[in-house]
Write a protein that binds this ligand. Structure first.
Ligand code: 5GP
Length: 187
């Protein structure tokens, strides 16, 4: 699982990881958030609240959470045989996944500074109230990440961050017990 405060570059990192590692499979989340200008249709399954809640009630999500007034959820993963699942989710969701999959690796990505995080949020066109909310949330998210025993990575240069995370995933693959038949372990 790849977690971290808004604006640290998780989406870009996740895309780079799956582009480089054919054994990784990126889950596509559902959200009730409005699609941003220029955001691809494939970024999320965009649904309204009623559809989201109906899917949650039917047990269709591994986890779901409300973030800054919008709902986000991970559908039950259905990766091709032998692929590890990569989730790009917030720390509340990561905690829920950990309860079901204690072996799941959690990587918490941070921006080099809050000033940098703020400028990244602004650069992608987030509304001002959303920026303030995401910055205020970052400290609480950091605390939760420590509780989850997440591996912390500072995203300064994208290529270095991707290389560091690739190394962490490889190490986790080497040290995990053989797949027990429950399905591909979550990354
Ligand atoms: P954004 O609206 O900027 O795309 O995402 C807001 C936050 O929601 C990010 O921290 C992102 O990691 C998180 N997120 C995206 N998908 C999911 C999901 O399926 N579950 C949870 N819990 N968080 C998600």
């Amino acid at each position: 699982m790849l977690s971290g405060p808004g604006g640290v570059g998780k989406g870009t990192i996740a895309a780079a990881l799956v582009a480089e590692d054919p054994n990784l499979w990126l889950s596509r989340s559902w959200t009730t958030r409005v699609q941003r200008p220029g955001e691809p249709d494939t970024a999320y399954v965009f649904v309204d609240k009623a559809e989201f809640m109906a899917h949650a009630a039917a047990g269709g999500f591994v986890e779901w959470a409300e973030i800054a007034g919008n709902l986000y959820g991970t559908p039950m993963p259905d990766p091709p045989e032998g692929r590890d699942v990569l989730l790009e989710i917030d720390v509340q969701g990561a905690g829920q996944v950990r309860e079901r999959h204690p072996e799941a690796l959690c990587i918490f990505v941070e921006a080099p500074s809050s000033a940098e995080q703020e400028s990244r949020l602004r650069g992608r066109g987030d509304p001002e109230h959303h920026i303030a909310e995401r910055l205020a949330l970052a400290d609480a998210e950091r605390v939760l990440a420590y509780e989850l025993n997440a591996v912390h990575v500072v995203n300064d240069r994208l290529d270095e961050t991707v290389a560091a995370i690739t190394g962490i995933i490889e190490e986790a693959r080497r040290s995990r017990p053989d797949n027990d038949g429950i399905g591909a372990p979550l990354c």
